[in-house]
Design a protein around this ligand. Structure first.
Ligand code: AVJ
Length: 329
């Protein structure tokens, strides 16, 4: 209906929605059009990502689980410096499935450590800490709901323990190279000498296998990406017809970038109420929505040495699909 278009009275949005609206406006006005993958993770998106991790094609989670299981003793040895006490800080903890494996092992070994998950979703944090208090009695767990760096900064001023930061799951792969270097430099500047960081990187491998991980046969990744349009509809009053969009992943073995696009199946225009704006899409015009970068060991070494870290050790799964790389400040 045209009524709400001509009303000229836009609803006042709360701050997080305002940021979302602003980013959608920027992204859809850009050329080529783009939307940020950070907006995938609403309630529905969290659930779809959980489902992706169980898809047979999505090897990343199982590979990293295998790494932590195989190397948990060595990791613990390296985490404990002279005092044997440390803060185990996790960026973007999610459901904690992989971390639980470490937490169980460390608790069982009688280690004096605190687990500090940092997440920007209060919902994710509450679910995780409640679950951990239940399933690992005796674990000291204190979540912080904040921006990673603000949380880290605050911690640095209240604790004299060694910090061990976990940034797993190849979450770093969602950053472009300059973004990743900037993120790691900022992280390094917030840490104290001898603090550690364990970062998960997905490694370059058979391109067919990488592509399959982002195009599972059951169509969960497709639903995950299309959910972004659904979210714009639900939260910003968008009028995307999901049947007119297609999920299109591709992989460039030179840059190591797996990229996902939403493709407009026909020429169409889409109104978004909160922006009071109509966007034009040509037939088969893409919206870039995600980078999931794959690395080789040279690129990883380059990242460490350019952001003021020293590479301590690489931990691989049996197939060398994935690496958890341990760095010291
Ligand atoms: C959570 C960012 C690691 O890039 O592999 C999975 C997200 N996107 N399938 C990834 C994702 C499509 C995932 N990360």
């Amino acid at each position: 209906d045209a009524g709400h278009r001509s009303a000229g009275r836009r609803p006042v949005l709360p701050a997080p929605l305002l940021q979302f609206a602003w980013d959608v406006r920027q992204g859809l006005s850009a050329s080529p059009k783009q939307l940020s993958s950070k907006y995938f993770y609403d309630k529905q998106g969290d659930a779809l990502f959980q489902a992706i991790m169980h898809m047979p094609e999505y090897y990343l989670t199982r590979s990293e689980y295998e790494i932590l299981d195989m190397h948990k003793e060595r990791l613990l040895q390296l985490f404990c410096n002279d005092s044997g006490r440390f803060n185990l800080i996790e960026f973007g903890a999610g459901d904690g499935l992989k971390t639980k494996l470490l937490l169980r092992h460390f608790t069982g070994a009688g280690i004096d450590f605190r687990y500090i998950p940092i997440d920007i979703s209060q919902n994710v944090l509450e679910t995780l800490t409640a679950d951990l208090r239940q399933s690992i009695p005796g674990l000291q767990v204190e979540g912080i709901c904040d921006d990673y760096f603000r949380a880290l900064h605050q911690l640095g001023q209240t604790s004299d323990r060694r910090n061990v930061v976990l940034f797993m799951g190849s979450n770093i792969g969602n950053f472009s190279e300059p973004q990743a270097l900037d993120f790691l430099s900022r992280l390094s500047s917030e840490l104290n000498p001898h603090d550690l960081i364990l970062i998960g990187f997905d490694l370059k491998k058979d391109p067919g296998q990488i592509l399959a991980a982002y195009n599972d046969r059951a169509g969960i990744t497709r639903a995950f990406n299309l959910n972004l349009l659904q979210r714009i509809n639900g939260e910003l009053g968008g009028e995307f017809d999901l049947d007119q969009w297609e999920h299109y992943p591709l992989y460039d073995p030179i840059s190591g970038e797996a990229r996902s696009y939403l493709m407009s199946r026909r020429a169409q225009q889409v109104y978004i109420e909160a922006l009071d704006e109509t966007y034009q899409f040509a037939a088969w015009e893409p919206i870039h929505v995600e980078i999931s970068r794959k690395y080789d060991l040279a690129a990883i070494g380059h990242y460490a040495s350019n952001t003021n870290f020293r590479l301590v050790e690489h931990f691989f799964d049996c197939r060398h699909y994935f690496v958890d790389s341990l760095w010291e400040k």
